[in-house]
Structure formats: structure tokens, C-alpha cells
Ligand binder design. Structure first.
Ligand SMILES: *Cc1c(COP(=O)(O)O)cnc(C)c1O
Length: 361
């Protein structure tokens, strides 16, 4: 068997080894049919069964109510930045946005191309070390929707609460923390997540949308970006990303076998407690985020002296601890510790960090 490193990449991220082994076993000959899933018609009974099972497993995992559609689309999370206003923001309406970092900022910039955007609050007032509480938000009465990013993948800032906005549809970019712990889907109008963090391979974005929000698209909305068209066609208006969808389905099955998102929450809590606990107990490593807003999935940290960054990364690589370099816009280090990584990955990382500190601290 080939050796698997611990991959702390922010995305495309590590996938469970068991999932890749299953995909490998099925790669040339899916269930005795003599062909690969990649070579199947998306209209074939076999593929439709694969797609429907993936959707049902995701619904089971997240407890998606029956008045929501689950869409498997393309264009990544970034395309949703345009797709959301094109579908949900009337020309004379206002969309509210919360700005907590790079991804929510990108969503805001894109939405501005399509209409009126009100930034209700920005974490810039806390240097992106904390999330402004809702009592500090300047909400628009009757906004078309409120958009926020539940986890800022680059800054490492995560909501541990769900905004309360009454009848205004709540729209959330959950790309990097979907399925990491249970959430109440019924609180949201629309949830979207690029697959390559906590779901599956890139090339796919999952959209969970309440049915009453379908059919509101602007007339200029391209057919391919219209949620209603996607929903009416089972996400197969055109050829979907069939293999990514299949592989995501294998991840959902794996999650169910692990005990679902409740089990993930337990495991993810233990993982982040171990890593943040180690960082907080050290004078050599720092994470500046306010504890209640610290991301469970993406842990940025700095060394006492950035001149040591290169040596730290080289040493990590040599031990099979991969992709710990922070985002180019932030510097420092970042450990992305999505569902596919177990506690053993954190133990290995912390052991290395302790050893490096002893040597260089
Ligand atoms: C990665 C990421 C995106 C962008 O995803 P793409 O699929 O590359 O477009 C958007 N939002 C968040 C929170 C992300 O983590």
C-alpha cells in the first residue's frame, strides 16, 4: 500500500482514505457493469441511482426538510456569488451582507454588480479577530436576503451562532464548514458549499434552497444559473459533474458509517481543542482570533519569528505533514483540519510543533 501523508490543505482538501480506496476498486468496473462511473450517461438508470442516493444521504446527514431542494451544480462557490443576487435580488431591492473576511468580501463585490448591497457589519473593526455581534448590525428592513460566510477559510473566523433575521431569507456560504457539526437547516433560505473542502472533489457546488425561493430569478439570469431550472431538471439541465457527484456520494456514505455529523462534531471538537490548546500553551506559536470565533476547520497560526517559517515548512514536509503554509494574503501557517483528518493528524502535527519549538524557541 502506498503511504498517505497528513494533508492540511485548505482546498482541494484531504479525502478519507477509505473513500479513495472504494473509488479505486470501482474505477474500471463499477459494480460489475464493465464501465467506470466516469463513462456513464448521466441519464442512465445506474447513474441516476448514484445521484439520487448521494442526495438522499446528504439529506439524511443534514436533516434537510422536504420543502428544500438539494442541487449539485458547477462553477464552485464563487459562481454562487453572482448566482444568488441573480436569483434572489430584485432590481429595486436591497441585499444585506455581513463582511467577516476575504470570502464574504468577494461575495459582496460580486453582488454589487447586480444591485443594491448593504454591508450590515464588518469584522474590519476588530481587525478580523472577532465577529461583530448582531446587536452591532445595521439591518435593512425587508432585505431580499442576508448573506454571510459561516466560516472564513483564510482568516480562520467562524460563526458559532446563527443570525436571527426574522422573515428575511438567510443565505450562507458554508463551503468550509458544512457537515462539520449539526446545523438546523430550517433556519436558512439557502445554503451553499463548494465541494472541495468538506464534501468531495472540486468542480461541484452543493446548493440547498427552500422551495419558495425558486422562480424569482431576474429575466437576464442565464438559464444555467437559474435555480428553478436546475431544480426542475434534477440538477441535470446539462451534463453535471458526474464523477465529483459520485465521489461526494461516497463521502456521504462514509460520514454515515462514521456516525454522521454528530460523530464529526465530537471528533472535530477534540481536534480543534487539542490544536488551539497547544498553541495557547506555547509562547512560540500564536493564533489571535477571539476564542468563541475560532474556526474548527481552519487554524491559522504564526511562529514567534517568521524567519523560521521556511524551516518549519520544510521539516513538516519531511514528516509527511503537508500544505501548512498560510494563504498568500495572510502569511504564517494554516492547518485545515476538515472531516477527513482524524485526531492522529493533529497528534502528529502537535508533536512536530513541540519538537520544532524546543529546537528553535
Ligand atoms: C473555497 C471557498 C470559496 C471558493 O470556492 P470555489 O469553489 O473555489 O469557488 C468560497 N467561499 C469559501 C468560504 C471558501 O472556503
Amino acid at each position: 500500500m502506498s503511504k498517505r501523508a497528513f494533508n492540511f490543505c485548505a482546498g482541494p482538501a484531504a479525502l478519507p482514505t477509505e473513500v479513495l480506496e472504494r473509488a479505486r476498486a470501482e474505477l474500471l468496473d463499477w459494480q460489475g457493469k464493465g464501465l467506470s462511473v466516469m463513462e456513464m450517461s448521466h441519464r442512465s438508470d445506474d447513474y441516476v441511482a448514484i445521484a439520487e442516493k448521494a442526495e438522499q444521504d446528504l439529506r439524511d446527514l443534514m436533516g434537510v426538510p422536504s420543502n428544500y431542494k438539494v442541487l449539485f451544480l458547477q462553477g464552485g462557490a464563487s459562481q454562487q456569488f453572482a448566482e444568488i443576487p441573480l436569483n434572489l435580488l430584485p432590481e429595486d431591492g436591497v441585499a444585506d451582507y455581513v463582511e467577516t473576511g476575504i470570502w464574504s468580501k468577494k461575495a459582496i463585490e460580486e453582488a454589487r454588480r447586480f444591485g443594491n448591497v448593504n454591508v450590515v457589519a464588518s469584522a474590519s473593526k476588530y481587525d478580523y479577530f472577532a465577529i461583530p455581534g448582531q446587536n452591532e448590525w445595521n439591518l435593512t428592513p425587508n432585505a431580499a436576503y442576508l448573506h454571510y460566510a459561516s466560516n472564513e477559510t483564510i482568516g480562520g473566523l467562524e460563526f458559532d451562532w446563527i443570525p436571527e433575521v426574522g422573515d428575511v431569507p438567510l443565505v450562507v456560504d458554508m463551503s468550509s464548514d458544512i457537515l462539520s457539526r449539526p446545523i438546523d437547516v430550517s433556519k436558512f433560505g439557502l445554503i451553499y458549499a463548494g465541494a472541495q473542502k468538506n464534501i468531495g472533489p472540486s468542480g461541484l457546488v452543493v446548493v440547498i434552497v427552500r422551495e419558495d425561493l425558486l422562480g424569482r430569478a431576474r429575466s437576464i439570469c442565464p438559464t444555467m444559473l437559474n435555480y428553478k431550472v436546475a431544480a426542475d431538471n434534477g440538477s441535470m439541465y446539462n451534463t453535471p459533474a458526474t464523477y465529483s457527484w459520485y465521489l461526494s456520494g461516497l463521502v456521504f456514505q462514509w460520514l454515515k458509517e462514521q456516525g454522521g455529523v454528530e460523530a464529526m462534531e465530537k471528533r472535530n471538537r477534540a481536534k480543534k481543542d487539542m490544536l488551539y490548546g497547544f498553541i495557547d500553551n506555547s509562547d512560540f506559536y500564536t493564533n489571535p482570533i477571539q476564542p468563541s470565533a475560532r474556526s474548527w476547520m481552519n487554524v491559522p497560526f504564526r511562529l514567534a519569528d517568521e524567519k523560521l517559517d521556511k524551516a518549519f515548512l520544510e521539516g513538516a514536509d519531511a514528516r509527511g505533514l503537508l500544505n501548512l503554509k498560510g494563504h498568500r494574503s495572510v502569511g504564517g501557517m494554516r492547518a485545515s483540519i476538515y472531516n477527513a483528518l482524524g485526531l492522529d493528524a493533529i497528534e502528529a502535527l502537535v508533536a512536530y510543533m513541540a519538537e520544532f519549538e524546543k529546537e528553535h524557541g
